[in-house]
Design a protein around this ligand. Structure first.
Ligand code: UD1
Length: 337
């Protein structure tokens, strides 16, 4: 079975290529290398013994997308990661986000709708729930007005896929990720943030290695047990495995509706201070941090109800917060040598 992974050299994409190859799928990865590096292919090869087929395709280029699909007519499943994901940048440059995340999705789907049948997995986010009224968050929680253009592109993406499902033979699963962190335990692939990381865990590891002076903890006056915000941090390897299971569900025609939605998280919320404590434990290093004001746009807490993924997909996160942090730390140490 030939599976296309867009954004296949990115953080979650590369880990998913590994899990697909481990399960015997024939993978074609495409990427425009705007936020990834070609060397990721070697990392994937060192882990799986096989270099996936790779094409440098920019999905914003409609004719390049058409040419790609005429070259590879036998793709039966697509996992679509290629997108921009920096919340702050999306506020500064909304059109960049609409072009990167929406145009590319439309061009991709225009080609896929020509096929007699195709399975499609979409990278969505818990950001669609905003500050949910109750925890843990189920898939039925109402979608809130997006707090950023990035968040809006995820909501619009879900709507586009739902609309086209009614008139095409595209079967889709929308996966709403909570907070993906960590790296492959081999430290052959991991997250490669460009510039100053906006996300918590890369900022922690870069501070511990000495690239950043100190971590700012955004807010200690939230209505939570220690005053810092709560998130559901999920190991990227667990997340990658969920994509393979979701894809198999579609390929085996086990889906009940043409669009299905699943939360992917651990089901456990951790505060920023708990993440710091866990990191200090696994790294045996004291982290330099200071409490500062809240970051605009942050929600107080978000953690998943994972019953649907557990019961319907038969998938459950297996790795702990400590596993994720220790793999992220191992990766940081490896890339700074
Ligand atoms: C955000 C988005 C999410 C997106 C993800 C990927 C929202 C609500 N969430 O997740 O949809 O997929 O980015 O980029 O838009 N923190 C610090 N100091 C730091 C960095 C973060 O204290 O230097 C705190 C944050 O305030 C937050 C937690 O750590 O409470 C996690 O932050 P982060 O890793 O940026 O992820 P989210 O904001 O949850």
């Amino acid at each position: 079975m030939k599976i296309l992974v867009t954004g296949g050299l990115g953080f979650i994409g590369s880990h998913t290529v590994v899990e697909l190859q481990n399960k015997g799928f024939d993978v074609i990865a495409i990427d425009n290398l705007s936020n990834s590096s070609i060397g990721v292919l070697d990392g994937i090869e060192r882990i799986t013994g096989k270099k996936p087929l790779f094409e440098n395709v920019d999905l914003r280029d409609k004719s390049a997308v058409q040419i790609f699909f005429s070259k590879y007519p036998d793709i039966s499943g697509v996992i679509h990661f290629a997108a921009s994901k920096a919340v702050g940048e999306s506020v500064e440059n909304p059109l960049l986000y609409y072009e990167n995340n929406i145009n590319s999705l439309v061009y991709l789907l225009q080609e896929l709708q020509k096929k007699p049948e195709v399975s499609f997995i979409f990278s969505s986010s818990c950001t669609v729930y905003g500050q949910a009224e109750s925890m843990p968050i189920t898939e039925n929680a109402p979608i809130q007005v997006a707090m950023s253009p990035y968040g809006n592109t995820k909501q619009i993406g879900e709507e586009i896929i739902t609309d086209i499902a009614k008139v095409t033979n595209i079967n889709s699963i929308l996966l709403r990720y909570f907070n993906p962190i960590g790296a492959h335990p081999s430290a052959e692939i991991g997250e490669l943030p460009i510039g100053v990381p906006q996300n918590l865990v890369p900022f922690i590891t870069q501070t511990a290695i000495g690239l950043r002076e100190k971590l700012s903890v955004f807010g200690s006056d939230y209505p939570t047990s220690d005053g810092t915000a709560i998130r559901d941090y999920i190991h990227v390897v667990d997340l990658a495995k969920a994509h393979v299971i979701a894809l198999q569900r579609l390929l085996n025609k086990q889906n009940i509706t043409k669009v299905e939605i699943f939360n992917l998280g651990t089901g456990t919320g951790s505060s920023v201070l708990e993440v710091i404590t866990a990191f200090e434990k696994v790294s045996q290093k004291k982290l330099n941090y200071q409490i500062v004001g809240r970051r605009e746009g942050d929600v107080i807490e978000a953690y998943a109800n994972t019953d649907k993924a557990n019961n319907v997909l038969g998938w459950k996160a297996e790795l702990s917060l400590e596993d994720a942090l220790s793999s992220a730390w191992k990766w940081e140490q490896k890339i700074r040598i």
